[in-house]
Each structure stands twice: as structure tokens, then as C-alpha cells.
Design a protein around this ligand. Structure first.
Ligand SMILES: NC(=O)C1=CN([C@@H]2O[C@H](COP(=O)(O)OP(=O)(O)OC[C@H]3O[C@@H](n4cnc5c(N)ncnc54)[C@H](O)[C@@H]3O)[C@@H](O)[C@H]2O)[C@@H](O)CC1
Length: 492
């Protein structure tokens, strides 16, 4: 199922609607039951130590405690005074079934943790506003020390102290083994150091009235069925001329491999005919790839245009100092275009068209936005949205995971592998994207499908090569990755 990504404000608005409908209590009950089920599934042994803050995150924790008691678990609860009405109500309910609630203090935490089989962290959720108050900072320090001593931690919604809307390194914050997040994913659970704090993340969508979460979500994470539904489908009469003619414009002495890798990626992503155009000698990576070496771009580009344009072009990979001039000319052709690497220049902002696909990594994104790389990585979703506004068309902000922003849609890719952090991976992606554009996909669909295809091929290749993965390994797995995704496609 595709998943929705909520901001703290969006989650609050859903809460407010639930409250107006008189459903918030039921939703908290469902959330607590789901978290209790997760505790049972992952940590079935030993006493459970539940830590509950004063807000609704603490309310969830008190429901978890009651649900686990009902399942026969030994449960100890340390809680702050309830500020949220439902937190107070659930404290009364817990007591009514014999649950004991003690004040949340560091000494009590250390004592109870010594014999605990698992610790449930319900101190702070999406309502946390940094900086952390000193008393809670001390508690979180004690909680993390308990984990280091061997007691696993399950966090409710987000690890406490993590700012839900930011991927920034949160210090101090809870380090969890498992995070059960509610209704929608949060930025902090997807990107950067914050995500590593969350451990294994599972999303419990909760049965809120249809559409409410979708309406408040600012981004989605499509599942493979949703991605597969965008992939091109061929008829038996397909031939190389109908499967997309792609040009790769790139390469410069010393960086010509980038263009060759893009060409290989395009071929393996199904393009019918691929030609690399370069001023440098292109290595023969595979005989199926056509190459044309040119003397200078001023002569080459008009001549190429005169012979007839391809279905799509990818440019910039290793293209060097002439990239902006070349990109300006190519953009006048008006054909679907991937702009990568040296073609990602602020001077080109506003010169694209709707079928452009811009593929910056965070460093290139920072240069385009006139900001620092750390500002991009702190909130990649916001950065991708700003880039799309600046550049138009579709933007793929590369990373683990990548973000795809097109007019009115923002999505996060699944999967991939850390072994993909090696030179040439981005060139392969540009080739894949151009191949999909050439096969008739819109820039928006090509962005979503191409990024997932690349990640899936990376996962496959990593199972053999691990951190030794190189870009050609990924290209080699593209066909199999496509078949994996197509197996999930809904029937035509
Ligand atoms: N719409 C949803 O997603 C649902 C949300 N629920 C829960 O509700 C949570 C949000 O609840 P709330 O908005 O009440 O907020 P939280 O419970 O996340 O946090 C609010 C509490 O944290 C304290 N706090 C805030 N900043 C602090 C700081 N810097 N230092 C120390 N203490 C600080 C506040 O004083 C308050 O007691 C979610 O994370 C989730 O666990 C669930 O009940 C189910 C439905």
C-alpha cells in the first residue's frame, strides 16, 4: 500500500477533525492496541517498562500498558502528570484495571529498567518542540544508557527528542530498536541521522475516515504496485524505433565514462536505440551503444537537430564547462530532457519546460538553491519542493532515499542500498530516466518509476556485491528489477 507522509501540523489537523467527530478516543485506543501488538510480536518476553509523557504520545503509551496487561504481560508504568484530557482518561482506565502508575523520575527508571524485557518510549511524539527541557534530557540519557545495557526500546510514533519534521541529528534523543509510527510517516523517520535513531520503522495507518490522512499528507511513498502501474507496456509489434530513441549528451576528456554509463543505463532500461554524443572518445562499454564524437558543440548541435531529434535526451554527465551553453540549446528543442551533473546550474532556472527532469544530489541542490548542503539534507522534502518551484518540470533530489517533486506531487522512493554510494550511480540513473521518457512516460512518472527501478536494481546487485557495488552492476540488474516491479503491476 502506498504510504502517506504527515507533518506535525498535518497530524494535528487530522487529530482536530477526529476530536470534532468524537473519534479521537477510539483512534488513540486503536493506536495503543497496534503498538501493544508490535511489542508482543517483537519483544514477547519479560516485564514491559512503559514511559508516558504528559501529551497524547503519553496517552498512547498508557493504552499500550492497559492492552499489554490484558494480554497477561507484567507491566510497569512511569508517567508524567497528564496534560492531554485523553491521557488523563487513559491513566484512570489503567488504574481501574489494576495498573500501577508511578511518577517518572530518573532513579525509578533506572530501578525498573534493570529487570525489564523491553522499554516502551511514549515520552514525546509530534508535539515536541525543541530544545528539550533539561529534566527530560536527563531521562532520555538514562533511557539510552538502559538500551546500551541491553534492554531494547520501542518508540511510539517517533523516538522521543526527535523533531518529526527534520532529518537533523537530534541530540539528545532516544535511540530506538523499533518505531511504530501512527497514521503517516514522518520526515525524521525517512532521512539522515534522525532515521537511524528510529531503528526499524513500521507504519500503522489507523482506520480514520477515508481521505482524511491523504488530504493532510504533503507527500507519499508509493509501493511497488503504484510504481509498476506507471511503467510502459509494449505490444507484440514493438520495434527498436518505437521503444524510444535516446541521445546522451555528455563526456569530456577525463569524465567520458559518465556518458558511457548513462548510455548503458538507458539501454538496460529498455530504450530502443541509444547514441552517446561527446567531444571525447567514448569507451566501448557495450557494442549495442552507438557513439558519435564531435569536434565542437556549436557545429554539432545544429547538425544534430537537422538530422531529426530523438524521443528523449539526457545531458550533463561529465559534460564539463560547456554544459550550460549546450543545455540552453538543447532546451530549445522542446523534447523530454534529463538535466544532470554539469547541466544543473542556477543560470538554467526558468529555461526548462514541463517535460524536463532535473536530477541534483544534495550538493548540486544547494548550489541551485543558493544555500548550504546541510540545509538541503535537514529537510529533503522541502528542498525538493523549492527546487521544483525554481526549475519547473520534475526534480529528482537524489539520496537515500530520493525525493521526486513534480507540479503538485511529492514522493519518496523506497529501497536502495548503501553500496550505491559510488561514482557513476547518478549517471546510470540519468540514462534510466531518459529511457523511460523515450518510452513515452511523462517526466513525473519517469521520475517516480526510474528512481525505484534504479533502487531495486541496486538492491539486487548488492546481494552479490555489497559495498563493492559499482554502477555497471546496477545496469546489469535493471532488466530483472523491471520484472520484479512488473510482477506487482495491477492487471491491465
Ligand atoms: N493524529 C495522530 O497521528 C494521532 C496521534 N497520537 C499521538 O499524539 C502524539 C502527539 O500528541 P501531542 O500533540 O499531545 O504531543 P506530544 O505528546 O508529542 O508532546 C506534548 C508533550 O510534550 C511536552 N513537550 C513539548 N516540547 C517539549 C520540550 N522541548 N521539552 C520537554 N517537553 C516538551 C509538552 O509539554 C507536552 O506534555 C503523536 O505523536 C501520537 O503519539 C495518537 O493518540 C493517535 C492519533
Amino acid at each position: 500500500m502506498s504510504e502517506f507522509i504527515l507533518s506535525p501540523e498535518g497530524a494535528r489537523r487530522v487529530d482536530a477533525r477526529l476530536e470534532r467527530a468524537g473519534l479521537l478516543d477510539l483512534t488513540m485506543e486503536e493506536a495503543g492496541r497496534a503498538v501493544a501488538d508490535a511489542v508482543q510480536a517483537s519483544f514477547p518476553d519479560g516485564p514491559v517498562l512503559v514511559l508516558a509523557g504528559g501529551g497524547a504520545n503519553g496517552g498512547d503509551a498508557l493504552v499500550v500498558a492497559r492492552q499489554l496487561l490484558a494480554l497477561g504481560r507484567t507491566v510497569r508504568v512511569l508517567a508524567q502528570p497528564g496534560k492531554h484530557p485523553l491521557t488523563r482518561l487513559n491513566r484512570r482506565r489503567l488504574r481501574a484495571v489494576g495498573g500501577e502508575v508511578r511518577p517518572l523520575q530518573v532513579a525509578a527508571l533506572r530501578r525498573a529498567a534493570a529487570s525489564a524485557g523491553v522499554l516502551v518510549d511514549g515520552l514525546l511524539g509530534t508535539g515536541f518542540v525543541p530544545p528539550l527541557r533539561p529534566a527530560l534530557a536527563e531521562l532520555i540519557g538514562a533511557l539510552n544508557a538502559t538500551r546500551r545495557a541491553g534492554v531494547p526500546v520501542l518508540s511510539i510514533d517517533v523516538p522521543s527528542g526527535v523533531e518529526a519534521a527534520s532529518a537533523q541529528e537530534p541530540e539528545p534523543s532516544v535511540r530506538a530498536d523499533v518505531t511504530v509510527t501512527l497514521m503517516g510517516l514522518k520526515t525524521a523517520l525517512l532521512f539522515g541521522e534522525a532515521a537511524t535513531r528510529a531503528g526499524r520503522v513500521t507504519l500503522v495507518p489507523l482506520r480514520v475516515p477515508p481521505g482524511w490522512v491523504r488530504e493532510e499528507a504533503f507527500a507519499t511513498r508509493p509501493d511497488d504496485a503504484a510504481v509498476a502501474a506507471r511503467l510502459p507496456v509494449r505490444t507484440s509489434g514493438a520495434h527498436k524505433g518505437t521503444a524510444g530513441r535516446v541521445w546522451i549528451v555528455g563526456g569530456h576528456p577525463g569524465t567520458v565514462g559518465a556518458a558511457a554509463l548513462a548510455g548503458l543505463g538507458a539501454l538496460r532500461a529498455g530504450a530502443g536505440l541509444v547514441t552517446v554524443h561527446s567531444l571525447a572518445e567514448v569507451p566501448l562499454v557495450t557494442p549495442e551503444l552507438m557513439v558519435q564524437r564531435h569536434v565542437d558543440w556549436d557545429q554539432a548541435l545544429p547538425a544534430l537537430r537537422a538530422v531529426g531529434l530523438p524521443d528523449a535526451v539526457a545531458l550533463g554527465m561529465g559534460l564539463g564547462p560547456e554544459a550550460v551553453r549546450v543545455a540552453r540549446e538543447v532546451l530549445t528543442w522542446g523534447i523530454p530532457t534529463v538535466l544532470d551533473a554539469d547541466a544543473l546550474h542556477p543560470e538554467l532556472a526558468g529555461q526548462g519546460h514541463p517535460e524536463c527532469l532535473w536530477t541534483p544530489h544534495p550538493g548540486e541542490a544547494a548550489r541551485l538553491l543558493g544555500t548550504r548542503t546541510a540545509d538541503v539534507t535537514r529537510d529533503p522534502l522541502a528542498a525538493a519542493r523549492r527546487l521544483q518551484t525554481l526549475l519547473g518540470g520534475t526534480v529528482v533530489l537524489k539520496g537515500g532515499p530520493s525525493v521526486v517533486a513534480s507540479a503538485g506531487a511529492l514522493s519518496v522512493s523506497r529501497g536502495g542500498h548503501p553500496g550505491m554510494a559510488s561514482g557513476g550511480m547518478g549517471d546510470t540513473l540519468s540514462g534510466i530516466l531518459a529511457a523511460l521518457l523515450g518510452q513515452g512516460l511523462s517526466a513525473a512518472d519517469a521520475g517516480v518509476a526510474g528512481v525505484r527501478l534504479h533502487a531495486r536494481a541496486g538492491e539486487r546487485a548488492a546481494s552479490t556485491h555489497g559495498y563493492g557495488l559499482i554502477a555497471t552492476d546496477v545496469s546489469d540488474q535493471l532488466g530483472a528489477a523491471w520484472l520484479d516491479l512488473a510482477a506487482d503491476a495491477p492487471p491491465p
